[in-house]
Design a protein around this ligand. Structure first.
Ligand SMILES: Cc1ncc(COP(=O)(O)O)c(C=O)c1O
Length: 415
């Protein structure tokens, strides 16, 4: 199998059937394939839409923290949003400077805060008064001043799936926005904290602009009030959350969203920070998988069993997410309704129920589309299934950017 560094020509660099078949033959299935140019285009669209408004696009690594993807976006000029110390370290290895990185997370451990202080990150997005106390003590012990943004919870319904909504008062994230002025006031009395930002993130896969704009207005109002009170707010971090269309339904474009934000921030003197994940990489990834079996008994459902499962792609099992599925080399014939299922012994390991699918036979190659975000990043090794390889198609060639995990790789931790 190809080593991570070798590259192969990719005619025209589009993800066409021949190229996908060649990749599947070379690296096996299941395998993730990313399209570098598409990620770059998504980044450029977002960055350009801000125009002259001071801004920074912090790629949310949680969507896909593969080094190759992180490096590609770094090379385009993005900054980073890390949701764990592991992601901070990945960002550093991908070439992001500490002052390019904002660090978010409900429940940061002491060691994580210590490392964040020592690194002098652009901002630590703090989630509670208790965390501020711990951070202040750590910064004092370190003899430094930590740059802090407070994550506020505006009590706004993102109108997304409840499992990926974070902006309602009863969610675990941030501090209620009405308590924020008192917490900032308290911060000004802490010599080792420097309050420089307000942060909000109300959820993910948000497909109407209204909640995003309402959240943005509420943090802008807060930041303006804080500035009037003499607090040196430099940036407003509007978080991530903009959705993509998985099923072809209309969805606001990243440019529309950014233009709306830019309209709010223009002329205020604040820098707009955003943390997009899905909008940058979601549509640029696909999962190559082969049909292992087709089961159909008289009077029962028709099951197409594939070699990818919830170990490779959790989204359908986690929140019933829809992904378009296509045959790489379609067979002639009518669509047949069936269930597309993974091989794992869990009833939730289902990619599609009652889906009209093309005629399929064991061995056929399929693509599951729009898996660039929250696909490989959520992968795991349940049933001792090795993590799949990742391939980047870019600039007229493709290369393996992560080889398939082996059982020896897995067992190294146990020996
Ligand atoms: C704090 C934070 N920022 C940014 C993101 C990225 O969100 P999305 O991929 O929906 O843009 C997330 C994901 O939920 C998040 O938790």
């Amino acid at each position: 199998m190809s080593a991570p560094s070798s590259s192969h020509p990719a005619a025209g660099s589009t993800l066409d059937s021949l190229l996908l078949s060649a990749i599947a033959d070379a690296v096996g299935t299941p395998a993730y394939v990313y399209h570098g140019d598409q990620i770059r285009r998504a980044y450029r669209t977002i960055d350009d839409a801000f125009g002259e408004v001071p801004h920074a696009v912090h790629y949310a690594l949680k969507a896909n923290s593969s080094l190759a993807v992180a490096r590609l976006l770094r090379a385009e000029g993005s900054a980073a949003d890390a949701n764990s110390m592991g992601e901070v370290e990945i960002a550093l290895r991908a070439g992001y400077r500490p002052d390019h990185i904002v660090f978010t997370g409900v429940g940061k451990r002491r060691e994580e805060l210590e490392r964040a202080v020592a690194l002098e990150l652009l901002a630590i997005n703090v989630e509670s008064s208790g965390e501020l106390d711990r951070l202040h003590e750590i910064a004092r012990a370190h003899g430094s001043i930590a740059r802090v943004a407070l994550r506020v919870n505006p009590n706004i319904d993102a109108q997304s799936h409840p499992h990926i909504s974070t902006g309602l008062r009863d969610s675990k994230f941030g501090v209620p926005i009405d308590l924020a002025p008192a917490i900032f006031d308290e911060m000004t009395r802490r010599p080792h904290l420097r309050p420089i930002g307000v942060h909000v993130h109300i959820g993910s896969q948000i497909t109407t602009l209204e909640p995003l704009v309402r959240a943005a207005e509420s943090v802008l109002e807060l930041a303006t009030r804080l500035r009037r009170a003499g607090i040196g707010i430099e940036h407003i971090d509007f978080g991530g959350g903009l959705g993509i269309s998985y099923d072809g339904a209309p969805s606001p474009t990243p440019a529309e969203y950014v233009v709306a934000l830019a309209g709010l921030v223009r002329g205020t003197g604040f820098t707009a920070v955003i943390e997009p994940g899905r909008a940058l990489v979601g549509a640029a990834g696909l999962l190559l998988t082969r049909v292992v079996d087709v089961k159909h008994f008289a009077g029962s459902r028709r099951f197409v069993v594939i070699d990818a499962g919830m170990t490779e792609l959790m989204r359908p099992a986690l929140y019933g997410a829809y992904h378009q599925v296509d045959a790489v080399l379609p067979r002639a014939g009518e669509l047949v309704v069936g269930d597309l299922v993974g091989p794992i012994c869990e009833s939730t390991d289902i990619f599609a129920r009652n889906r009209p699918l093309p005629p399929l036979e064991a061995g056929d190659l399929l693509v599951i589309r729009d898996v660039g975000a929250y696909g490989a990043a959520m992968g795991h090794t349940y049933l001792r299934r090795p993590l799949p390889p990742e391939v980047m198609v870019d600039g007229g060639e493709w290369r393996v950017t992560r080889r398939r995990q082996t059982l020896d790789d897995m067992l190294r931790l146990e020996e």
